[in-house]
Design a protein around this ligand. Structure first.
Ligand SMILES: *[C@@H]1O[C@H](CO)[C@@H](O)[C@H](O)[C@H]1NC(C)=O
Length: 646
């Protein structure tokens, strides 16, 4: 007894050590204890030029994201987008338009599979050509994950981005917008995968060492510019990046613009935050369902923006004084607000603007006057507002009678603070693949530890009547000490962690392997990310419940029941929900086989130990539980009799 205790203790200690080491390695590699980065050097800005009454030192940009042109779904997505190019862009007249990925939907009709459809790309190009939008603005379109589904290499003919997009060149790049008043660097962060696996394991972007180096070089090129603006498809929290990491590389940038998360199904209509060094990260909701777009203005190097909805006019954007929440003293000449002579407002509408009314802290200040097609100004005395927070509200009405109001808080003191929403910050600032990885590992370890502990722990002699805790422990003893079940669950657990989940056409015509920790395809290894999330749900919603269910069934067997008799003798409000829940989870597992068939094809359906084969294993285990001879369980049955009579 003493010996087996020691054995068990050593095993548990070993498992704990493995867990601790693995977690330390993860944490060390990913940022927590990484090398300390020097703080961003304080930049000094000239307080001139300061915003005044003239329409100068000002330009603006439009961003739109996640268009998802689809040959199967929602034709209005396409016609509205054409209208956006034909009508909205000429009204706003942005210097640049950034389309941050997922130009096409590239999903099959059943919405499960993925492929590149030339017709979707042709539709996209036709819209650009027919609307002549590229003559009206500098149109910069980049790839999203959907634009890279099922592409074996960048040279493949299926890489339609090269043929049908406006930009056409793969990879990160640096575009300089030159104006008489300064240079503005727009740098694309291309973290899309190449080769591009089919969905769903194509959700995270990856910047490997080469791509990271390229990007860092582009960013350092931009140091002489007035502003550096980064844009990409993936939020930084869904990019796996090599050292020094995307977040460190972009510290000098004013802002990182992205899409990809849409609005998280309407849960997070606003996903904005600020990184510790002051760089803003602004995710933009999708065009696909929500018809969102954004205007970003650079007025005397002060940055402001508005997230808008297609066809909602008039559009208002107050560029001076800008919102304090979105201000960074490390990146912008914010003291210019105090030196400015005028409040400045951009207003756009298909109709002439009737008035632009300005209120501060609830007091009417006056109507701004039009100094150019879109700029309205109103003289003010900023010194009156130099202390504390103030609210500015600007209402614009056009001659059609429609009006819109923009309201925000501004301030001119450096030592105040406003915070972004906790949830948005968590979603954008966390490296999600790290915690899902850790959680996955912990769930697997927990299950394995449970099996091993009960395998080697001596069965205690229970004196008391059988309570729930004692029954649970008893059933775990039965399961762990019966070879068939012990090894089945041990192998299932370890296999979920280590084995290839399936082998199949991750890209059409290219066989690859999918593991919990990543994909192997065409000699490339893509580090796992969403795979861990799938792994967690496999453990929590199948492996563990199946083990619990097996324990329960074994307990009934030890009490002398067979399948028929337990239905008659146990109260149905116990048995019905338990069998029902397990059946539902089982059907979920069956559905995941179908999902695999639809996403990665027939081969993966048959060569999938963790999907199709597990369905077989489950049926076999359940059959064995009820069909095996009582003699296998005889010692436990004797024990059980003993407890019941004592
Ligand atoms: C842009 O930077 C240049 C050089 O530092 C500076 O002279 C210019 O005033 C800046 N432009 C604006 C609008 O502040």
């Amino acid at each position: 007894m003493w010996k087996s205790r020691m054995k068990m203790l050593r095993l548990v200690a070993g498992l704990l050590a493995i867990a601790v080491v693995t977690m330390t390695v993860f944490m060390d590699r990913y940022s927590f204890a990484g090398p300390q980065q020097p703080r961003l050097p304080a930049r000094t800005f000239a307080s001139e030029p300061a915003p005044g009454a003239e329409a100068n030192n000002l330009f603006w940009v439009v961003q739109v994201s996640d268009v998802h042109i689809s040959r199967f779904l929602s034709p209005s997505r396409i016609s509205d987008f054409e209208k956006f190019c034909k009508e909205t862009i000429p009204i706003i007249k942005p210097a640049l338009t950034l389309v941050t990925g997922d130009l096409t939907d590239s999903k099959t009709k059943d919405k499960l599979g993925s492929d590149q459809f030339e017709v979707e790309w042709q539709t996209y190009q036709t819209i650009l050509k027919r609307s002549k939008v590229m003559e009206k603005t500098k149109w910069i379109d980049i790839k999203g994950n959907h634009d890279t589904f099922n592409i074996p290499s960048l040279e493949s003919v299926r890489n339609y981005y090269r043929k049908y997009s406006a930009w056409q060149k793969d990879g990160s790049f640096h575009y300089v917008h030159s104006t008489p008043f300064g240079k503005y660097s727009f740098i694309c962060v291309d973290a899309s995968l190449s080769p591009g696996p089919k969905r769903p394991y194509n959700f995270y972007g990856i910047l490997n060492a080469n791509k990271m180096e390229e990007l860092s070089a582009l960013i350092s090129e931009s140091h002489a510019s007035n502003h550096t603006i980064l844009f990409g498809h993936y939020p930084t929290s869904s990019i796996i990046s090599a050292s020094p990491g995307i977040r460190v590389a972009m510290r000098f940038a004013l802002v990182y613009l992205c899409g990809h998360f849409h609005t998280l199904n309407g849960l997070m209509p606003v996903l904005h935050t600020r990184h510790p060094d002051g760089t803003l990260e602004l995710e933009l909701g999708d065009w696909m369902e929500n018809r969102k777009y954004r205007i970003l203005a650079f007025d005397h190097d002060l940055f402001s923006f508005a997230d808008l909805k297609f066809e909602e006019w008039p559009v208002v954007l107050v560029t001076n004084p800008k919102s304090y929440l979105y201000s960074s003293y490390a990146h912008e000449p914010l003291q210019r607000i105090l030196h400015s002579t005028h409040i400045r407002i951009l207003a756009f509408s298909p109709y002439p603007i009737k008035f632009v009314k300005v209120m501060i802290d609830g007091f009417y200040l006056g109507d701004a006057v039009q100094v150019s097609e879109s700029l309205f100004v109103l003289k003010w005395a900023p010194q009156n507002y130099s202390q504390g927070f103030h609210q500015i509200a600007v209402t614009v009405q056009d001659v059609s009678g429609k009006s819109a109001t923009q309201l925000h808080t501004f301030a001119m003191q450096e030592d105040l603070s406003l915070k972004f929403g906790l949830l948005a910050s968590w979603l954008l600032l966390t490296d999600h693949y790290i915690w899902v990885r850790t959680l996955f590992l912990l769930t697997v370890i927990a299950q394995v530890a449970l099996l091993i502990i009960f395998r080697f722990r001596e069965k205690p002699t229970f004196k008391k009547p059988l309570g729930v805790a004692v029954q649970t422990s008893f059933s775990l003893h039965v399961l762990s000490k019966t070879d068939l079940f012990f090894y089945s669950f041990l192998v299932l657990s370890l296999y979920t962690l280590l084995g290839p989940w399936f082998i199949g056409e991750l890209i059409e015509g290219h066989i690859g392997l999918c593991f919990s920790f990543g994909l192997i395809i065409n000699g490339h290894f893509f580090e796992g990310s969403s795979t861990f999330l799938v792994g967690i749900s496999q453990v929590l919603f199948f492996n563990l419940p199946l083990m619990v269910y097996t324990c329960w069934c074994l307990l009934l067997r030890c009490q002398g029941h067979c399948f028929r008799s337990h239905l008659h003798h146990i109260k149905p409000y116990w048995t019905v929900p338990i069998h029902l829940i397990m059946s539902l989870l089982f059907f979920w597992q069956v559905f995941s086989c179908y999902f695999l068939l639809k996403t990665y094809g027939t081969l993966s359906f048959f060569l999938s130990p963790l999907r199709t084969w597990v369905v077989g294993l489950t049926l076999f285990l359940v059959y064995r539980i009820w069909a095996m001879e009582s003699i296998v369980l005889r010692t436990f049955i004797v024990d059980m009799k003993h407890y019941q009579t004592s």
